[in-house]
Design a protein around this ligand. Structure first.
Ligand code: UD1
Length: 426
């Protein structure tokens, strides 16, 4: 199993090219199921989760044609053709590895009248049920049944437009509803829809395929169903979580990094935070520049929220930064109930963190100490790498497969800007 070795203390300088967003690529890939014509996606990141989704689509009968990018950070091109489907089942083996597999449920039932998808079960960061996905599909007229760990969703006569009011914001449930409603008869209104840029990206792609959608990026999205969708080409938007992670890397290690191929508006809530921490942020025509001199970062409090608030997917990385700040920071996690798995690992590196319910109280220390640590989930793994950049001595991050699910060649991107980091085959 691969591991990553980091020797802390190096300042970072140079350019990091930001990849396409994992959380946009996965629903966009699922959207190919809605049409018998090819969907061409460009700027697709090379990630284990993207490969899992491609494998799932193949199992459903989709022809998958992939051309990888050549340069670091240059995305690949996928041509996905679901001319006819060979099945409507997403097996446990694939869904348990990646919850986003559940995103095939909406498109499958809309296109083929049936979907049988394994229940994802719990995961390292909390219970993460799919009840909102199912309520949305039921509102559109599908019958939902549970059988031996699988959800069977049926609508043999097609879906009907409806009002879907979510009790709270869910990215995945909004995406499933958006895709299913695109082929439903009549109008669907989604209230309390997620406003994440990845939802807008999916909506834009569906519009390019012929869907009629308005209100994207607001909490009220309206979809006028159409009979069929056609071929389209769409470029995946830049990854705001990767952008934020490397911006925090510059803040934690010190130095100056230009993040290219990304956009400042994607991390609107992060920029004031970076400035409050003592980092200079400058928008450039290729992305943004993040610069911090040798002074210790300041402590800042944050609370995770749905977009446009501070993202839960950056909470662990921000905690690594706060672990070396001067003063005490309160970090509140409101989205997932068990997303502090990185805390015991950061503490092994000398961090001073107390957890009280959904709040982590982080008192910065002058210097973290390198240690062997274990990645527990995707974003937690990147926080351990950031901590390693700031730590004295050597840090070994084990179980790197978590990292490979969502960060494209992270160690190579960091090495190119001067970090002392390498992947080892243990
Ligand atoms: C997506 C992202 C993930 C991110 C999360 C929150 C993808 C592939 N993943 O996950 O990286 O951390 O948004 O920004 O895009 N919930 C329910 N019932 C449901 C669905 C969700 O109770 O049917 C709860 C979840 O347990 C969680 C909250 O709603 O507490 C938000 O989850 P949601 O936005 O759905 O997350 P995902 O779409 O799974």
């Amino acid at each position: 199993m691969d591991r990553i070795r980091i020797r802390g203390g190096a300042r970072l300088k140079g350019e990091i090219s930001i990849s396409g967003a994992k959380n946009a690529a996965l629903p966009l890939m699922a959207a190919c199921l809605l049409s018998d014509a090819p969907l061409t996606l460009t700027n697709v990141p090379k990630l284990a989760d993207v490969q899992s989704m491609a494998e799932l689509l193949r199992q459903l009968g989709v022809a998958v044609d992939w051309t990888p990018g050549t340069a670091l950070g240059e995305g690949g091109r996928y041509v996905l053709t679901a001319a006819s489907l060979s099945g409507t089942t997403a097996d446990y083996d694939i869904v348990r590895k990646m919850r986003a597999s559940f995103l095939v449920a909406g498109p499958l039932v809309a296109r083929a009248g049936q979907a049988k998808v394994s229940l994802p079960g719990g995961c390292a960061i909390g219970a993460r049920p799919v009840d909102l996905h199912l309520k949305a599909l039921e509102a559109l007229g599908a019958a939902v049944q549970l059988e031996e760990g699988y959800v069977i969703v049926r609508a043999p006569k097609g879906l009907k437009g409806a009002r879907i009011a979510f009790p709270f914001v869910s990215a995945g449930a909004t995406e499933n509803a958006l895709m299913a409603a695109s082929l439903a008869k009549g109008e669907t209104v989604i209230e309390n829809a997620a406003r994440e840029p990845e939802i807008v990206d999916l909506g834009d792609c569906l519009i390019a395929m012929g869907a009629k959608i308005s209100g994207l990026g607001t909490s009220r999205v309206t979809i006028e169903g159409v009979d069929t969708l056609h071929a389209a080409e769409h470029a995946v938007l830049p990854d705001r979580i990767e952008t934020g992670t490397y911006a925090f890397a510059a803040a934690v290690a010190g130095g100056e990094i230009e993040l290219s191929g990304t956009r400042a508006d994607l991390i609107g809530s992060i920029i004031p935070l970076l400035q409050a921490v003592g980092t200079e942020v400058q928008e450039t025509n290729r992305g943004l520049k993040v610069h911090r001199n040798g002074v210790r970062p300041n402590s800042v409090d944050v609370e995770t929220e749905p977009f446009p608030g501070f993202p839960t997917d950056l909470q662990a990385q921000f905690m690594a930064l706060m672990a070396t700040a001067s003063g005490t920071s309160h970090i509140k996690e409101t989205i997932f109930e068990n997303r502090f798995m990185h805390v015991p690992e950061l503490k092994r590196m000398g961090a001073d963190i107390k957890v009280e319910g959904d709040m982590a109280i982080v008192t910065g220390v002058e210097r973290l100490k390198g240690a062997p640590v274990m990645a527990t989930d995707l974003r937690a793994s990147s926080s351990l790498v950031l901590a390693g950049l700031a730590a004295e001595g050597e840090t070994i991050v084990n179980r790197v497969y978590h990292l490979d699910r969502g960060f494209e060649r992270l160690e190579e991107k960091l090495r190119r800007v001067g970090a002392d980091i390498e992947r080892q085959n243990a």
